[in-house]
Design a protein around this ligand. Structure first.
Ligand code: KMH
Ligand code: ZN
Length: 274
């Protein structure tokens, strides 16, 4: 079986220090969290950024400052900026980090309810616009699918040439408004993607570790991190993103799955060597 790529979603846009005091806002805190995840075995950092007061931003210069500071500590790590940003941001605001020509970025493949009155908007035209920018800038999209319909959208856009093969999916499961995080639903998503594609699973909240096990034994890849879950186990807050990654590494070892370093992850994902 292919080595396991562990992605750490270290920050997110919604989770706050009130939920876990280790949530990073400042540049220094982002570096600390990225390094803890990398040292534990993550090869890829899914990145949102904040202003120092915790407000989420897609500001290009803030992304550049955080990415440069992370690379100064861990030069080979893959950094995948979010183009989802936070609910309510405009398309062009969200696209800003793609101007930095990162190797990868997320491409959200549909609209969903995001709790209360919040709606995370991704119309077909938005998705096409983002996908075109990513092709233009040679960025590999991580296709964020919060439901089965989003996989179908990605496949239609792939057929029309907006997304290139081999596709890489991220099943984000357990969001209030998206697909649940059960094993049955995991199998449904996993069975709905082309055989030459790769996938990562990001289980939200209590689904994080059960779905990590599912992907480990299935040959998929795993995303953990504060964006999705702040607990190491029931009622126990994780002290760092690194602790969450360490837990996945322990589980992978139990099942005989080796961990990919960034060079190996780039090969698996079809990214150029760095
Ligand atoms: N913060 C969510 C509204 C992404 O990173 O591409 C969107 C999100 C998806 O987190
Ligand atoms: Zn995200």
């Amino acid at each position: 079986m292919e080595k396991l790529i562990i992605t750490a979603a270290i920050c997110g846009a919604e989770v706050l220090k009130e939920h876990n005091p280790a949530i990073p806002y400042t540049i220094e805190e982002c570096v600390r969290e990225a390094k803890s995840a990398y040292d534990a075995g993550a090869s890829l950092i899914h990145l949102h950024v904040r202003w120092d007061d915790g407000t989420p931003t897609q500001d290009k210069n803030r992304f550049k400052a955080v990415m440069d500071a992370i690379w100064a500590e861990i030069p080979d790590v893959i950094i995948q900026p979010s183009t989802g940003g936070a609910v309510g941001m405009t398309d062009d605001e969200r696209l800003q980090p793609t101007e930095l020509n990162p190797e990868m970025a997320t491409l959200d493949c549909g609209t969903l309810n995001f709790g209360g009155d919040e709606v995370f908007m991704n119309t077909e035209n938005t998705i096409k616009y983002f996908a075109e920018k990513m092709i233009e800038r040679n960025i590999k999209p991580e296709l964020e699918c919060f439901d089965k319909s989003m996989i179908d959208m990605a496949l239609r856009l792939h057929k029309k040439g907006f997304i290139k093969s081999p596709m890489h999916f991220d099943f984000v499961m357990g969001v209030n408004g998206g697909i649940d995080g059960t094993l049955r639903d995991f199998m449904f998503l996993r069975g709905s993607i082309p055989s030459d594609s790769t996938y990562t699973v990001a289980g939200v909240g209590r689904y994080e570790f059960p779905l990590a096990v599912a992907a480990i034994i299935d040959g998929g890849h795993v995303r953990v991190g504060f964006e999705d879950n702040v607990y190491l186990s029931k009622g126990v807050l994780a002290k760092s993103n690194g602790e969450l990654v360490e837990k996945v590494v322990r589980m992978a070892k139990e099942f005989g799955r080796e961990i990919a370093n960034p060079t190996e992850a780039r090969k698996i994902l079809g990214l150029a060597a760095k």
